[in-house]
Design a protein around this ligand. Structure first.
Ligand code: 13P
Length: 253
């Protein structure tokens, strides 16, 4: 039985005081009853506060990115060791916004994924096709290639700390969601792709999240699909009430 995950990607939102307020609201509202894993990913500058405030709570903290080198002349970058030193053990890698706006290629993401493995960090790895890919019927090929290029040189044991997030780019921040059937179809395909490479056992255990306009009103329908193990939430993770409602939807399944 795969435990569901509800993860909030805050993206470039919330100043330190705003982050403090939101985290305190989340701590008041969210009660996972150990049925759901809850993760928040605030901006780098808010991570130390997030770690401090969520100590002894059910809420875990992830970064939204990291560099693949340990240290050095990489102005503006943050390393795995820096994250670990403040108690952050999870990182989102390969988000479509990083791929699109910051030129993160499959090769770069492969290095980042290997660094996360080397440093024993949980890698919440994002894949997903553009609208044109889907219209051209290439969505399965695109997602398969993203997985293969960045993750398939990793050994089997690396997947203990890999969570896949399927985020169709056309559904991110657009209000347009993949239908539960579209999500299920892709999640099943991702699991099958993992099974072919690493075996069915591993594929059965990897958690695959859906991301793209998940809201309180559609979360239950999407999360109830057999291969959907929760969600990576953008906009709705910035409102404590909405995020809590999505956690509640996951809890009931
Ligand atoms: P939205 O939920 O705002 O569509 O964002 C999804 C996302 O990109 C999460 O990483």
């Amino acid at each position: 039985m795969r435990k569901k995950i509800v993860a909030g990607n805050w993206k470039m939102n919330k100043t330190l005081p705003e982050a403090e307020q939101l985290i305190k609201e989340l701590l008041n509202k969210i009660n996972t009853e150990q049925k759901v894993e809850v993760i928040i990913a605030p901006a780098f500058v808010n991570l130390p506060l997030a770690v401090e405030l969520t100590q002894n709570s059910d809420i875990e903290v992830a970064a939204q990115n990291m560099h693949f080198e340990d240290a050095g002349a990489y102005t503006g970058e943050v390393s795995a060791d820096m994250l670990k030193a403040i108690g952050v053990e999870q990182v989102i890698l390969g988000h479509s916004e990083r791929r699109a706006y910051f030129n993160e290629t499959d090769e770069v993401l492969k290095k980042k994924a290997h660094k996360a493995y080397e440093k024993s960090m949980t890698n919440i790895f994002c894949v997903g096709e553009q609208l044109d890919d889907r219209k051209a019927g290439k969505h399965f090929d695109v997602v398969k290639s993203q997985l293969q290029k960045a993750l398939f040189d990793l050994p089997l044991q690396a997947y203990k700390k890999i969570i896949i997030a399927y985020e169709p780019v056309w559904a991110i921040g657009t209000g347009e969601t993949a239908t539960p059937e579209q999500a299920q179809e892709m999640h099943a395909f991702i699991r099958e792709t993992l099974a072919k490479k690493y075996g069915q056992d591993l594929a059965n255990n990897v958690r695959i999240l859906y991301g793209g306009s998940v809201k309180p009103g559609n979360a239950a329908d999407i999360f109830s699909q057999p291969d959907v193990d929760g969600g990576l939430i953008g906009g709705a993770s910035l409102k404590a009430g909405d995020f809590d409602a999505i956690v509640e939807a996951a809890k009931k399944l």
